[in-house]
Structure formats: C-alpha cells, structure tokens
Design a protein around this ligand. Structure first.
Ligand code: SAH
Ligand code: MG
Length: 922
C-alpha cells in the first residue's frame, strides 16, 4: 500500500513540481536514488507463510548537499521522487518563489541549467540527452570535441573541446565500415486528408539519427528538428519529430538576448522557420501540444538504461493502435487483443465474468492518455439494514464470486483492505469518481446511487459508467450538448461543459471515424433483401449457421468460448484475415462483443459454426487490428469490401452458482449454509472445530461474530490464494477483539493448513466438530468418496457436517435465471443445457446419490446420519437447493480417545497460526 501522503504541492494550480523546485536550487547536485520495495509478506497478516506477490513499490531517497530525505513507498517511481523532493522542500523551508524571481535570477538559472548540459560530467552520464550529445559529437566521425547544437544559424556551443579522457571514456570509436540500419517509422502528414504512411529511416552506425529524420522532414539542419515527449504506452520510447516552428524560437529581431554568454546569433533565420505552417492536428493530439507541419512518429533515441542507440519499428498499425487507445472502447479492445470483436461491456456483472482490463484501470489509462489528473475515487460505506428490509430477491444481481475477489492496493481505493473484507457482510459500498484536468479543473463527476457488497465492485461499476459516457461521446462526436447531457444524466454523471470541451476539443477532428468512414460495402445492399438468413437492422447479411443443433445454447449471463476469424473480403473474391483467435471468451448479454456477433451467437448451439458478412468497421479499428498493405488501404476506401466473420461456438459455461442462488434466495444460500453450520456448532458446545475446504474463511469469519465455546479453530484448503485471504480476514478480526468481552473470548488458537482433505494428518484427529461446506463437488467423485473415508475413519470428529448442491434443484435455479431475462425458455433445450452450477464443479449429486454416499459411509464407520438442507424445503420437489448431511459418531467416547494427535503424520503445511496473547487468555 502506498505510504506517501497526498501531495499538496501537486494540487496547486500550475506551480512547479517539487522536483523542479529542487532542481532550480540544486541542479545536478540533487541526487535521487530509487529503491524497489516488495510489500512485506506480513502486511496486514503477521505470520502468513505464503509468499505475497504484491505489486512492486518504490521508495526514493534524495541526497542534497547537507541533507537527505527518504520518501514513503509509491507505485510509481516518479511519485516517490516528487514526494522526496516535497519532503526536502519542507525540511529546508524553501519558499516556492518562482513568481518573485527577478529577470536576472531567472536568466542566471537558465544559463546554469544549460551550462550543466554542456559540462564535463554530463557527457558520460546515462541520460537520454547525454546520449544524444554523444551521438552529435560522434556524428560522421568528427570527434573534434566541440559540441554545438546546430550547424545553422542559431546555436549553442561549448567553447572548449571536451578533455580527451572524457571523450575517450564516453564515446565509442566507430569500428570498421559504417553499418546501415533501417528503421521503420510513420509519417503523419500535416493535412488530415493525407493518410499516415510508413517511412524508412536509414541510421548507419556512424551517422546521426536526427539527420535521417530531418532529411525526411525536408529540413537542412537536424537542429531544427524538435522532439516531443514520449507518446503512446507509458513504457514506450515512441516520440514525434517535427520541424521547429517559429513560436518555439526566440524572437531574435526584437528581444534583447538575455543570456548573451551562451547564445550566439549568426545570420538570418532560416526561411522555412519563420513561416507558421498549419497545425498538424493528429500529431498535436498525440503529443498534447501544438505541432505544425508534417511529423514523424518514431521509436529511436537514447534511454536511461543503455548508452547504445535504442530503436524499434513503428508501423502504421502501431499508429492506429495508439489512436484507438485514446478512446475507452479502443483501450478495452486492445486489452482483449480483439479489436474487431470485443466491445466495452455495458455492465460489470461479476468479477469472474469480466475479461480484459478492468474498468477502473481503463479509466486511469484514459486519463493518462488525455493528460488529465488521475481519477479521484471516493467510497462510502453504509451498514446493511435488517434482512427483512433487504430488497426483493432476484431484482438486481450484484454479487461477485467471493472466491475470485482479489485484494487490491490501489490509490484511493482500498484504504483499509482487511477491514473491508472482514466487514464485507455487514456493509455496502457506494463509489463516486471525479476527473480533473491537469490544473485541477473539474471535468466529470459520477456519483451513482447503487450500492454493492464489495468495494471493488462499486469502484468498477462507477468507472464503467464514466467510460460508457465517454464512449458515447467518442462514438458520436457531433452529439448536441443536450443529448450529451441527457446521456450523462441517465448515467448519474455531471460534467462541466466548458472544461470538458477544452480538454477534448481536438478529438472531434481526429476521431471522425464513426461518421465518415462507415459507409463501405454499400454495394451489397441488395443482398440485405435477397438473403434468407438476414438479421434486419443489424447490418449482418449472408448469415449461415452450420452443423447439427446440439441443443446446448447460450443464455444471458453465460460465459461463451468461441474461435473466430475476421477477414477483409471484396466482391471480386479477395480475402485477407485481419484478426483471429482460437479461444475467445466472453459473457453473453453484457455487450462484451460487437452487437452483430451477439445477435448471431444466441441463435447457435455448442459445436455449430457460423459465418456472416458485415459492413466495414471504422477504418481506425481495421487498421489497428492488422497490418494492412497499401493495396488494402485503398480497398478500404473504395467501398467495395466488407468484413466476413467466421466463428465456432466451443463451450458454454452456465452462469455462476452464486448469481443464480442470489436470484432466488434471501439471504443468499451461501449465507444460509453458514448460518446452518453456526447453529449446529453452537448447539454442540464444541471446543474444537475443523473446516475442511475452508476457502476464504467465510464460515470461520462468521463464527467469530457469535459467542461460542470454541477454543481451537482450524481451516484447511488446497488453494493458497483463498488461504491467504482467509488469514488476512481472521487476523484482522482476531487482533481487533482481544478484550475479554468479545464474542470470541474463548478462542485460544486458530490455524490454517495448506493440504488436501483427502490426505491424512494426525493434527486433525478427534475434533469435536468438522464442517465441509460445498467442497466435495469440487473434487473428482472418487476423491469425494476418499474424503468420506479419511474423515470418518481417521479424523473421526464427533460431528461432521457436509453440504453439496442438489442437482435436481438446478432446473429451478436456471428457470429463475432465465425468467429474469426476457424469453420463454424452450423446455427441451433448457433441460439439456442444465449442467452444473459452477464451472469448477466436477459433479453434482441428486438427493438419492447423496443419500447413498452418506448412508454407506455412516454405516461403515459407526456414525449416524441425518439429512437436511437450506434453500427450499425437504417436502416440496425437488427438495433443498443445498443438501446437508450431519454425521454423528456413535462409538463410545473412550474408544476414540487414542485418536488425539498420537502419531506424528504431518502432511499439511501450516500457513498461518494465531495464538491468543497469554495476558488475555482466560
Ligand atoms: N467452504 C467454503 C469454500 C467452498 S469452495 C465456503 O463454503 O465458502 C470449495 C473449496 O474447496 C475451495 O476453496 C477449494 O480450494 C477447496 N478444495 C477443493 N478440493 C479440495 C481438497 N482436495 N482439499 C482441500 N480443499 C479443497
Ligand atoms: Mg461449489
């Protein structure tokens, strides 16, 4: 978790960053050291024996003459640096006096900075700019040692040559004949009418890469080439190169030069520089500042990591991928590697059904892409009302699979993860988010009324709402303010029109894809009418579904796996595959794929294949999906081509058990099971308990809410992920309740083991009570039998409670689930598609199967067994939703005495252990 406080300096309007202030004062004497810190494994849960693979965090120590400071830990290096700088500023009592600098002071500072760049120590340093200077010196092997920024009229020059030692140590002599290296880059013409196209840069080992670029830009002097900051992905070194515009140069005719010592002026300014060309909208959009004239997008230059020139090809496809990564649905498509298939889903149903980047992450990336501040999330908790007041069941399904919940450490999102998890059952979460511009003007805010049982769900849902709205904007940039407003209202969003249009002004001319470029394929218009399998109004034609109907059909909420390919086809029979995947998984009914595909796939059953044609997708998506040759490029605009989708439906996974159960039961079945077990545990007056397959500890956690006679609590599971979650929850609960009056006052020790419940371990022998809730169906059937044997023959608890789904009840769950969606389920296909409640289930038993298993087992090992259940009723068909067997040991107590941890077969690994501090033990 980040430990650094929020930066007060950063929130002030348009001031210098702390780092810049430090730089002004100390220049190169300020040294930043970044240290990577792994979050300690014990965080929030001492003694957990599972390596915690938390995110890497960074800490920065800043050394200044006389003092040094160490920052807290941060997710980003630069935040750590800023924080350290801020601490130093505070410690030194530096006033941010930028505004009050006299002209002379400002000029001195500027000169000092420039001077440093030409200093002896700078040249050999590992720095992008010093790498650049070395390359300039080495240019065409003229190692004169005099460094000037330009051959032309305006230059800054180091007056004396570098000392020889510095030259020799920092500049590698060119060896042998120049080796020519060709690098692919992209030219973004100034006129938006002209298409972006590939250019090849010839960078030979003795040449100077900026010369190659300036040649492409038609400039005579590499010094007139300006370089943007990096664009695209955070990790990329891709930059824009463009001609210096006059506004970037000093106005030499009128201004007296302020830094006479460093800047010399010779001759008139280059003609081309004095003319202000038209704005290059596309390049400006990428870089975030005005760029005039043609620009070159290339990934070439020096880095912080190596002294060698580093480079990478940048293709037209890369350009389009960068372009679509500016819009929310593009970011999502890229995260799924399915540009022509995936769509940003309309709803965040469950965490387990979500594929691709999460909404919150997409929103953060979006803000970075548009140079906005990081989104500011705020969550509120509300205690859950009494169960009787809980909303009618089946209305809104808002439950995520608890086994999949990930513990997160995110800025502003999980201030108290542990408390959140353990309090999960008691509160609901509401999340709001605000987006600010870089200078902290509010742009958009969204405060939905929906509340969620999980904090993460609330954050994802709110993020998705904002993304959906932004997406609607990008989809129809000509939307009237009224329409934009009403869309916002329906999503519980408010936005500041002025600030919004200020930030997104350029988008309009760049992302005009939906308007102007979707009219391809009209030549096939007549087919819309003549083809028999046409979905009217869907833009889908020539639909063909092949293969026998297996009867297993997808229904809303299911996860589908398809294989697919999308090709570009023309009238004349030309075909080129643009995108394909052997396995593509998505939730049906959530808008996670293009609507055309969703409309087709619900008509299919497992094993069937389909193909259909569709109007051309927006050009920027097509070009982002595949590298397209010049020939295809002209095809795209010739309106004679369309997209052909081919797919096969491979698998369907039924909606998650918990979601189905939630639709029908209040309180949810999982809660009813836990309550059932708690009741038995309390009645039994047990002092020792083992929970077989404890998962994330939902039962153990609930138990600690009630006064019981339990002194020793043990959980065992094979999932380390679940166990570490359980450990964290139990740790926070136990350590918060060490006073004598808490319900758990009796509990003296709690242990979590990593192991399979089918293996014997003597430490689990002879407990008063054992529980095994919804676990056996997660094993193969023979393993479930084995567990029964091991539990009753070897562990021999006095009582064993086992629950498992009643297969016969699935029909009802499914029906409930279907009727909460629109259609009338066809009885036949419906029963056939009625498989298990959860994709991890290896089997589900009918009442008869469960009875046989339990009765045989009880008879074999001197136990009695009683049957019961939760959800539904024993007397009404088809019985309980969850069936439960309660085994009771019938052999006399003394006969079993020898079982208590006598031999030392220890096959389980202790994952976590808690013992009551001795001062509190009763
Ligand atoms: N009892 C918990 C979890 C049920 S989910 C609850 O009611 O919430 C099923 C759990 O069984 C999972 O956590 C899984 O890891 C665990 N499990 C499956 N096979 C197991 C085995 N052979 N030994 C121990 N745990 C097992
Ligand atoms: Mg289960």
């Amino acid at each position: 978790m980040e430990t650094g406080g929020s930066s007060s300096v950063a929130t002030k309007k348009a001031t210098l960053t702390p780092k810049a202030i430090i730089y002004q004062k100390f220049g190169s004497e300020a040294r930043y050291y970044i240290e990577e810190v792994q979050e300690p494994a014990e965080y929030g849960c001492p003694g957990l024996a599972i390596p915690h693979k938390g995110p890497s965090l960074y800490r920065c120590s800043l050394q200044l003459p006389g003092i040094s400071v160490v920052s807290g830990t941060f997710k980003k290096k630069k935040d750590a640096e800023q924080s350290a700088a801020e601490m130093a500023i505070e410690k030194l009592g530096i006033q941010n006096s930028t505004n009050s600098l006299t002209q002379q002071e400002a000029s001195d500072e500027l000169v000092a900075r420039v001077k440093y760049l030409f200093s002896n120590e700078f040249l050999p340093s590992l720095q992008p700019l010093s790498g650049h200077l070395r390359a300039a010196l080495q240019r065409e092997a003229r190692l004169s040692g005099i460094l000037a920024t330009s051959e032309g009229q305006l230059w800054i020059r180091r007056q004396n040559p570098y000392p020889r030692e510095i030259m020799e140590s920092s500049i590698s002599q060119p060896s042998g004949s120049p080796q020519s290296t060709l690098i692919e880059a992209v030219c973004i013409p100034c006129s938006s009418e002209k298409a972006v196209e590939t250019v090849t840069l010839d960078v030979s080992s003795t040449g100077y890469y900026l010369d190659a670029i300036s040649k492409k830009l038609g400039l005579t002097d590499a010094a007139n080439v300006l370089v943007s900051r990096t664009v695209g992905k955070t990790s990329s070194e891709t930059r824009l190169y463009f001609a210096a515009h006059q506004s970037c140069m000093l106005d030499l005719s009128s201004d007296p030069l302020t830094a006479k010592e460093a800047i010399h002026l010779e001759g008139p300014l280059n003609e081309s520089l004095s003319k202000k060309g038209p704005l290059n909208e596309r390049a400006s959009y990428f870089s975030g500042h005005d760029i005039y004239g043609d620009a070159i997008l290339a990934s070439i230059g020096y880095t912080w990591k190596s002294k060698d020139l580093s480079y990478e090809d940048v293709s037209v496809q890369s350009y389009y991928r960068m372009l679509i990564s500016k819009i929310p649905c593009g970011l999502y498509k890229l995260s799924r590697e399915a540009v022509l298939m995936a769509e940003l889903p309309l709803a965040f149903t469950t965490r387990t059904n979500w594929r691709g980047s999460y909404p919150r992450d997409i929103l953060c990336t979006f803000c970075r892409q548009h140079r906005l501040s990081e989104p500011v999330f705020s969550t509120e908790t509300t205690p859950i009302k009494a169960p009787s007041e809980s909303p009618a069941c089946g209305k809104k399904l808002r439950v995520t699979d608890s086994t999949e919940e990930e513990i997160e450490h995110e800025k502003g999102c999980a201030r108290d993860t542990v408390a959140r998890e353990s309090a999960e059952s008691a509160v609901t979460y509401q999340c709001g988010v605000k987006l600010f511009s870089k200078c902290q003007d509010l742009i958009v805010e969204c405060f939905p009324k929906d509340s969620f049982k999980k904090q993460n769900d609330s954050i994802q849902n709110t993020s998705l709402k904002v993304l959906s709205w932004l997406n609607a904007y990008f989809r129809d940039l000509d939307m009237t303010p009224e329409k934009l407003n009403s869309t916002a209202n329906s999503l519980e969003i408010r936005f500041c029109e002025k600030n919004f249009s200020k930030e997104f002004a350029l988008c309009r001319s760049i992302h005009n894809v939906y308007q102007s470029e979707t009219q391809g394929a009209k030549f096939l218009d007549e087919n819309h009418i003549s083809m028999p399998n046409t979905l009217p109004g869907q833009g889908v034609f020539s639909l063909n579904i092949d293969g026998p109907d297996s009867g297993v059909c997808p229904s809303n909420g299911c996860l589908l796996v398809i294989s697919y390919s999308v090709s570009l086809v023309t009238e004349s029979g030309y075909k080129k595959v643009l995108e394909s995947s052997d396995e593509f998984e998505f939730e049906i009914g959530a808008g996670a794929v293009i609507p055309h595909l969703e409309a087709v796939v619900i008509q299919m059953s497992i094993g069937q294949s389909a193909c259909f044609k569709m109007d051309m997708a927006p050009k920027e998506f097509v070009l982002a999906a595949a590298a397209v040759s010049a020939r295809n490029l002209s095809l795209l605009s010739s309106k004679s081509c369309c997209l052909k989708y081919s797919l096969t439906l491979l698998r369907v996974t039924e909606p998650l058990e918990e979601r189905m159960e939630q639709a029908l039961f209040s309180p949810p079945l999982s809660k009813q099971r836990v309550e059932y077990a708690v009741k038995h545990i309390r009645e039994s007056c047990a002092t020792t308990l083992v929970d077989f397959g404890c998962g994330s500890g939902s039962l153990l956690d609930s138990l600690l809410n009630y006064p019981t006679t339990l002194e020793k609590i043990v959980g065992i599971d094979i999932s380390q992920k679940s166990l570490s979650r359980a450990a964290k929850i139990l740790h926070s609960k136990l350590s918060r309740n060490t006073d004598g009056n808490a319900p758990i006052a009796c509990v003296k020790s709690t242990i979590l083991y990593d192991g399979s419940v089918t293996d014997f371990d003597s430490r689990l022998c002879g407990f008063d009570i054992g529980t095994c809730l919804e676990v056996i169906e997660h094993m193969e059937e023979d393993q479930a039998f084995l567990f029964g044997d091991v539990a009753l023959s070897s562990f021999r608890p006095k009582i064993l409670i086992v629950s498992t789904p009643n297969y016969e009840y699935n029909v009802i769950l499914q029906k409930a689930n279907l009727s909460s969606q629109e259609e009338d389920p066809d009885e036949k296909t419906h029963i056939q598609s009625c498989k298990f409640r959860n994709h991890d289930h290896k089997f589900e038993w009918t009442r008869e199967q469960f009875n046989c298993w339990a009765t045989d087992l009880a008879a074999k090992y001197n136990y009695s067994v009683e049957f019961s259940g939760v959800g539904g009723s024993a007397d009404i068909e088809p019985g309980f939703a969850s069936q439960i067997a309660v085994f009771r040991r019938t052999s006399p107590p003394d006969e079993d005495e020898h079982l208590k941890d006598t031999d030392s077969a220890h096959h389980y690994k202790v994952i976590w252990e808690w013992n009551r501090p001795s001062t509190y033990s009763s």
